[in-house]
Design a binder for this molecule. Structure first.
Ligand code: MEV
Length: 435
């Protein structure tokens, strides 16, 4: 068990490790060894990583993989993916390979509007706050000019600011609801800085307002923050081919295409299935987002909120029309290719280089297409052989590593399990037998 400590952040890295390993481990030396063996020998690189976050004591590795053969809008991409789950990259690559031969992904950014809110409380008459808003709105734009200048020169900035009356939901609750175009940046810092500036102007300008009915003390700003719910920042990626071409992919499964469509209908009608279905999409979305230095928590939160408009359902859709199979994914994606760690983390920079330094719209197209590929791979397995066959094959190496299998034992295992079901116990039995 750990124990209370004061001033942990003030300790040096070595002191932090010393305290932690002594407090949490009986064998503090082996814990220390694990932590330090992940340090980078390049001290500058290590310092860069140390400074990404407070209290860093080591680095946490995840695989950095490539899913090749993604044909998206007539351009071939090798897509970097960062994920620990064994079968995800394999499934994405397999799906990309099939769809490359069938026209590839057609993807477009439908909208690119980000949102931020200043939440405040006002108990007076609505007419007064509305009149004050009309008075102060030009000042909100004017006073934030220093912040927005650079963004405007890149083609972005503030779209609009509106006063929203939320008093029927919560007594006295109003919002300044602002919309932004942050171009190639995810824009969290830009939006939050603008919002904090708006809230300052909103309070400080009350004394300049002619109406004596509004006093500074009448407005209480509660908070100013961007929203990760971005239903107007949308990308749509689509695939299509003839039903007969699709059915040829799974010759042993009768009506593969219609079983595939049925799987989506099931997700649309059952939340338990829909969440797992969408999780499969997010396997791909998150992996590319992490590799390219994007905030996957924001993306996850926004995607699931979007999936629950009306009722929680599948983010993807499939249908058959005139013997053609259509498959598409519409996803809210607030991502960036500049700012954040994108120009700092060497692997993120490399990932963006691999993708030929896309702008945010292009990256949105790539991420959505990988999400769609991932969903295709998962549903393909689920409605045919089942997910475990492919998944456990990919997981076999992990299971063998758990038993410290030698290279020779691994070779034997790969040959043995070629036509057998992989499970935790079957691998354990196999290892016992050959040893
Ligand atoms: C596993 O990470 C993802 C799946 O469960 C997705 C799905 O069920 O559609 C296979």
């Amino acid at each position: 068990m750990s124990e209370e400590i004061k001033g942990f952040s003030k300790l040096s890295k070595d002191e932090k490790i010393e305290w932690l390993t002594k407090t949490c481990f009986q064998d503090s030396n082996s814990a220390k060894k694990i932590l330090t063996q992940y340090w980078n020998s390049d001290s500058n690189l290590q310092k860069l990583h140390d400074e990404f976050s407070e209290n860093t004591i080591s680095n946490y590795y995840l695989p950095f993989a490539i899913a090749p053969n993604f044909l998206i809008n007539e351009k071939i991409y090798s897509v970097p993916m960062t994920i620990e789950e064994s079968s995800v990259v394999a499934a994405a690559s397999k799906a990309a390979k099939f769809w490359m031969k069938h026209g590839g992904f057609k993807s477009e950014v439908i909208k690119e509007e980000k949102i931020g809110q200043v939440h405040f409380i006002f108990h007076g008459e609505k007419k007064i706050i509305s009149e004050y808003f009309d008075f102060v709105k030009p000042l909100l734009f004017k006073n934030s000019k220093d912040l927005t200048k650079k963004m405007e020169s890149r083609g972005g900035g503030i779209y609009d600011i509106q006063l929203i009356d939320k008093t029927s939901d919560l007594k006295g609750y109003y919002q300044l609801f602002a919309t932004f175009n942050t171009v190639d940046a995810m824009g969290a810092n830009f939006i939050n800085s603008c919002l904090e500036d708006f809230s300052k102007t909103f309070c400080n300008s009350i004394s300049k307002f002619k109406s004596k009915e509004l006093k500074e003390k009448d407005v209480e700003i509660i908070m100013s923050i961007l929203s990760n719910y971005v239903p107007n920042c949308i990308v749509k990626s689509s695939l299509s081919c003839s039903v007969s071409e699709l059915n040829k992919l799974e010759p042993e499964t009768k009506n593969f295409a219609s079983r595939f469509v049925k799987a989506i209908e099931i997700a649309n009608n059952d939340i338990h299935r829909a969440v797992t279905h969408n999780k499969g999409i997010m396997n791909g979305v998150d992996a590319v987002s992490i590799a390219t230095g994007n905030d996957f928590r924001a993306i996850e939160a926004g995607a699931h909120a979007y999936a629950s408009i009306g009722k929680y359902k599948s983010l993807s859709n499939a249908y058959i029309e005139n013997e053609v199979f259509y498959f598409e994914l519409k996803l809210p994606l607030a991502i960036g290719t500049v700012g954040g760690v994108t120009n700092l983390h060497p692997l993120v920079k490399l990932a963006l280089n691999i993708l030929e330094n896309p702008n945010a719209k292009e990256l949105m197209n790539i991420i959505a297409s990988v999400g769609l590929a991932q969903n295709f791979g998962a549903l393909r397995s689920l409605v045919t052989s089942g997910i475990q066959k492919g998944h456990m094959k990919m997981h076999l190496t992990n299971l063998l590593n758990k038993h410290n299998a030698s290279e020779n034992e691994k070779e034997q295992a790969y040959a043995y399990f070629k036509d057998k079901l992989v499970s935790s116990s079957s691998v354990e039995d196999f290892i016992k037998n050959i040893r």
